[in-house]
Every structure is written in structure tokens, then in C-alpha cells.
Design a protein around this ligand. Structure first.
Ligand code: PMP
Ligand code: GLN
Length: 410
């Protein structure tokens, strides 16, 4: 194996999807809804495309994105970020947000370039940076030192400004900022984004804004697009996902938008497209028409998930776990260590305790979560061993079952 892949051999998704298939637990692991949350116009759009007499919809389209789709994306984000986005030179559609991340990182990072990654992080960032020959530099979000309340919010997980400033140097090529954040659900505040933006400008650094959960934000929190901060458009590539925007994770359609001079590098890496483009374009067109109305899916999805968030936090607390209440997204990280005496950690052989906990729970209690050390660099994995990540984008009935499983166990 080429040296640059060292440490990338294992994937938590490959391992935990298999684990779920083998043991059939109630699955609050991988992030996807277990019911049809997407508005029916979205799935109907796909059915209509499949049935359309226009057989060319099933064939190759424009290499950098189906024309109708890049137009819809440009129209939406021009409105949201208050600047005219050129659908042809400033938008690229991709195979999921994964490929948008891949094209951005591979297209911009040179051998020896440093990339700042905030921990915990969506786990593919590290291998992608290494694949490009770059050097990841990590900085953990830490629970605020003066935190005294009952339950922390994801907003209580913060970056140390001096530590962040200390990572920037003339080898720094980019920083990856994921807001709303997976797995903590943190929605970065204006002051936090401004601090990052000022460092980017000072050191001439690019920003990848992974904003796939942009529509899932609980009031009064507000999603701020870092590309809208002064001087940031020209150095930011923002990434989105139809899988997340419309709750159809299997469609694997994503996009990146940013200034044309930065998008050129992504286009160079990317060269394919998929036919669901037409259906996603139609879905966007419908939602753009009702963007300011409560029934717009981009508004209603957060209301739908808020009740699930609160229910999940409640049952986790009742059994003695300590969740962090997310400000956005559909994941909840909880400290399970108060229950450690009830778990036979020795029966599993993994190095990190959270892996042993989640595997033991899957096999013996029938409830699956994701071990968050997968979202940390080797050096900082110890920070996450007492935690588990649960996805609560599940039918109420299944969340109820999860609660019962935990109560019966306890
Ligand atoms: N970024 C984050 C933060 C994610 O959680 C995910 C999960 N799917 C992705 C990117 C990848 O999205 P997609 O499924 O569209 O490839
Ligand atoms: N983004 C999803 C999660 O964090 C799924 C990622 C994956 O399956 N690779 O759970």
C-alpha cells in the first residue's frame, strides 16, 4: 500500500454497516432516515424522470453538471448568499458531497501542503488529504471549561483561538469547516466564523465549507454561510448534498460552488454526472418557489427533527447518559461512561473503548451507535472514548423502541 494511505485502511462505515447486517440491532448508527421524510414531489420527480419518453435523460449529460440542475443550484445560492453565481463556471455537481470534497481536496492540495481539520471531523477528510499528499493538522473542539449547566449544547464545544491561530503558517493551504457539524451538531456562530475567516485572509488560505446539513438548524440558531463573510467568497468552496437537503441519502448527488478560478481545479478532477440530476433539479425548483413559506421542506425538516432530538435527549438522560444537545444536524453525541460498570468491555478486543462499547451494545443489547473516535486523529482519540453518536432521524416508533431497549437494559 502506498505510504500516504497508512492509517486509512479501516472505515467505520464499512465495519458498522456490516455489523448492523450481522446482528440486526435497532440502528441509530449510520445517518439516514428510516422513513420517507422527503416531500412526495421529490420522489415523484425521480419516478417521472424514469418514465419520461425523453430517453436521453438516462444518458450522459454535461460533464460538470446537468444544465437544469446547475441552474437550479445557482439560482438558489445566488439568492442565499446575495451574489450572482454563474451556473456554468461556479457550480459543479458530483457523486454525493463525498465526491465534491474529494475533487476539492485533490484539486487543490499539493504534496506537503497543510490542511487544518477541526475534531471531531467527518471521517473522510483525513484520508482524502493524505491521498493528495497533504498533511492534516488537527485541532479539537473542547467542551467549554467554565461549563456548569446540566446538559451541554453543541455550542458549548469551542475552539481555542490561540491553538487555532498557532496552526496557521505559510504551508497552510486550507481549512475545512463543517457547519452544522457532524457529529456534534454545532452550528458555528458569526464570531467563530469571523475568527476563522480573518486567519484565512491573513495567511491566504482556502476554506472548504462542508454545509451539507445547512437546512437542519434548530431555532434560535442560524446557519451562516462562511462564503458570505467579507473577503471570503474568493477563497471558499462550499459543499452541499441532495442526500441531506431532501433526505434521500441513496441518491448520492452533491455539489460544490465557489469562484470560477477555484472551481477549475475541481472540474479537472471530476468528469462524470448522474441522471438523478433532472429529478434533483425539479425538486429544487419546487422548493425555490416556496422558500419563504413554512411548508418549504428546507424549513419543515428542522421542526420535524426537533421533536425527535428532544425525545432522544430525554431517554438518553433517563438511562444515565449525558448527551450534548445539538443546535443542528441529526446526530447526538452522548457520554456513556456513567454506565460503564454495566458493559462487558473486555469481551471486545478493539483498541478504543467507544468501539468496544458500541459493538457490545449492538450484539448484546440490540442498539447500534457509532464510535466517535473514528472522527478523531490518532493523537486525540482519547478525547472521544467515553462518547457514542446516535442518529435520531428515525420513525418515532423506532426512537420509542430505542428508549425501551435502554430502559430494559438499565
Ligand atoms: N459531509 C458530511 C459532514 C457528512 O455527514 C456526509 C454524510 N453523508 C457527507 C459530507 C457526504 O455526503 P453524501 O452522502 O452526499 O456524499
Ligand atoms: N454521513 C453519514 C453519517 O455520518 C453516513 C456516512 C457514510 O455512510 N459513509 O452517518
Amino acid at each position: 500500500l502506498p505510504g500516504r494511505y497508512a492509517g486509512s485502511e479501516k472505515s467505520v462505515w464499512v465495519e458498522y454497516i456490516q455489523l448492523a447486517m450481522d446482528y440486526k440491532p435497532l440502528n441509530l448508527g449510520q445517518g439516514f432516515p428510516d422513513y420517507q421524510s422527503a416531500p412526495s414531489h421529490v420522489t415523484e420527480a425521480l419516478a417521472n424522470v424514469a418514465k419520461s419518453p425523453n430517453c436521453l435523460l438516462h444518458q450522459y449529460t454535461r460533464g460538470f453538471g446537468h444544465p437544469r440542475l446547475v441552474s437550479a443550484i445557482a439560482k438558489l445560492y445566488s439568492h442565499l448568499i446575495g451574489r450572482e453565481i454563474n451556473p456554468h463556471s461556479e457550480v459543479l455537481t458530483t457523486l454525493g458531497a463525498y465526491e465534491a470534497l474529494y475533487s476539492t481536496i485533490l484539486g487543490h492540495v499539493d504534496v506537503g501542503d497543510e490542511v487544518i481539520i477541526i475534531e471531531p471531523f467527518f471521517d473522510c477528510y483525513e484520508p482524502m488529504v493524505k491521498c493528495a499528499g497533504g498533511i492534516p493538522r488537527f485541532i479539537p473542539l473542547r467542551l467549554r471549561q467554565n461549563f456548569t449547566g446540566e446538559l451541554p449544547s453543541s455550542g458549548d464545544w469551542i475552539l481555542d483561538q490561540n491553538e487555532l491561530e498557532g496552526l496557521f503558517n505559510d504551508k497552510t493551504k486550507m481549512i475545512i469547516v463543517n457547519t452544522p457539524h457532524n457529529p456534534l451538531g454545532k452550528v458555528f456562530k458569526m464570531a467563530e466564523l469571523e475568527f476563522i475567516a480573518n486567519l484565512c485572509k491573513k495567511w491566504n488560505v482556502l476554506c472548504i465549507a462542508d454545509e451539507v446539513y445547512e437546512w437542519i438548524v434548530y431555532k434560535p440558531n442560524k446557519h451562516i454561510r462562511i462564503a458570505t463573510l467579507p473577503g471570503m467568497w474568493e477563497r471558499t468552496i462550499t459543499i452541499g448534498s441532495a442526500g441531506k437537503s431532501f433526505s434521500v441519502t441513496g441518491w448520492k448527488l452533491g455539489w460544490a460552488y465557489g469562484p470560477a478560478h477555484l472551481m477549475l481545479n475541481l472540474q479537472m478532477i471530476h468528469q462524470n454526472c448522474v441522471y438523478t440530476g433532472e429529478a434533483v433539479a425539479m425538486s429544487f425548483e419546487k422548493e425555490i418557489e416556496r422558500l419563504d413559506k413554512d411548508e418549504c421542506y428546507f424549513k419543515s425538516i428542522s421542526c420535524e427533527l426537533l421533536a425527535k432530538r428532544d425525545f432522544t435527549a430525554k431517554f438518553l438522560c433517563e438511562v444515565g447518559m449525558k448527551p450534548t444537545i445539538p443546535e443542528g444536524g441529526y446526530f447526538m453525541v452522548a457520554d456513556w461512561s456513567p454506565l460503564e460498570s454495566k458493559v462487558d468491555l473486555a469481551s471486545e478486543s478493539d483498541k478504543y473503548k467507544d468501539y468496544r462499547f458500541t459493538k457490545w451494545m449492538t450484539k448484546n443489547i440490540g442498539l447500534q451507535g457509532i464510535p466517535p473516535t473514528a472522527f478523531y486523529s490518532e493523537k486525540h482519540k482519547n478525547l472521544a472514548e467515553n462518547f457514542v453518536r446516535y442518529c435520531y432521524f428515525k420513525k418515532d416508533e423506532n426512537l420509542q423502541k430505542a428508549a425501551e431497549i435502554l430502559h430494559n437494559w438499565k
